[in-house]
Each structure stands twice: as structure tokens, then as C-alpha cells.
Design a binder for this molecule. Sequence first.
Ligand SMILES: Nc1ncnc2c1ncn2[C@@H]1O[C@H](COP(=O)(O)OP(=O)(O)O)[C@@H](O)[C@H]1O
Ligand SMILES: [Mg+2]
Length: 206
Amino acid sequence: MENRKNGLFISFEGIDGCGKTTQIELLKKYLDEKKYETIVTLEPGGCEIGKNLREILLFHKGYVSDIAEMFLYLADRAQHIQEIVLKNINEGRIVLCDRCIDSTVAYQGYGRKGNIEQINLLNKIATNGIEPDLTIVFDVDIETAQKRIGNTKDRMEKEGIEFHKRVREGYLELAKKYPKRIKVINSNQEIEKVFSDLKSIIDEII
Ligand SMILES: Nc1ncnc2c1ncn2[C@@H]1O[C@H](COP(=O)(O)OP(=O)(O)O)[C@@H](O)[C@H]1O
Ligand SMILES: [Mg+2]
């Protein structure tokens, strides 16, 4: 199904406030210094169409049904994988992607109690079978994450503690299910220690 060559596709996952953005920035600098060509991107919102979808997904004020939410994330992914991820992999770059397929399983599956088998199938359709070569899950306590985020929360971040607990558990389940692809880092640690754990994983694959 898939059609790709050369580059590397790495996704970063975990609940909001776990440190994805922080660590991706550090990793980009690290890889740039080593003269790798990298690109940082994100879901939702990594492509033009996705920017509009992100606005709805994170800031729409009214009712959004669970199924509609799932399809909006998948629409973003379908476009983003084709337009940004595949293109850059094929041009030999290391693609650092903030959230991807596992977010939909964790949030719409575990968080919203959706049907995970269905989500897996829909993810496959959206990505045309493209999967990250490596996925890092930054695992953090809900309380710690909430403290880091503070009060300015988007639509997903406004969900309650129980929701985020299920999402966190979902990620850990995924890591157990796909131990070759998904690596978990303890992100309760300080930024430098998290990054040092990240580097040792990355150094093994580049
Ligand atoms: N390991 C850490 N320890 C303490 N604070 C952190 C850590 N990682 C990130 N932060 C801080 O927490 C906030 C959220 O981090 P961020 O990287 O934006 O998380 P995410 O992108 O996963 O939502 C930021 O203010 C960031 O500086
Ligand atoms: Mg972020």
C-alpha cells in the first residue's frame, strides 16, 4: 500500500503539556547541527486545508459530534500525509511530526470510547498505509501536565481529568501493542533529562 523512499518519519505523542513542542524543537536543533535535513510539522494543521480543520477542531464553540470530530482529524491527516509527509520523506528529509495516527486512537478511541478497530481501519485509509518509522510517547502525570498548560485551554484540553487519564492509558496500551515502533519516555523528568532519553533513542536509528 505504501509508497515511500529515503527519509525518516518520526511522530511525537502524548497528552497536552507532556512536552512534545519543547522536545521537537530541541531535537530539530540537534539534528540540524548534525547536518540532517529536517522538517517539523503537526496534526492537525500541518497543511493549508488542515489549518482550517484545526481551527474547527480546537476552537469551535458549538457542538461537534464524536464521529464528525474523528473524520475531521482523519481528513486533516489524509491531506497532510500526501501533501507534506510523503513529499518530504521522498526528498530525503527527517519528518518530525507533532501528533499522528496514535492521537486518534488515544483521543477518539480511548478518550471518547470510540471503536478502536474502526479507527485503525480509518487511519489506514487516511494514511494510505504510511506509518511513522518511530513514535515517541512522552508519558506524564495528568496533574503535572495540567499545571504546565495553565488556564488557556483549547477544546480538547478542556476535557476533564478522567478523559485525559483514559488518553494517557491509551498511549501506554499502544506502546505495549507496538513495542518496536512506539517508545515511551518518562516526561515527569526535567526537560534536559527527557531530551537526553530522546537523544539515545534517536541516535540508534539515524
Ligand atoms: N519536562 C518538563 N518539565 C517541566 N516543564 C516542561 C517540561 N516539558 C515541557 N515543559 C513546559 O510545559 C509547557 C508545555 O510544554 P509543551 O512542549 O508545549 O507541551 P505539548 O506540546 O506536549 O503540549 C511549556 O511551558 C514547557 O516549557
Ligand atoms: Mg505542543
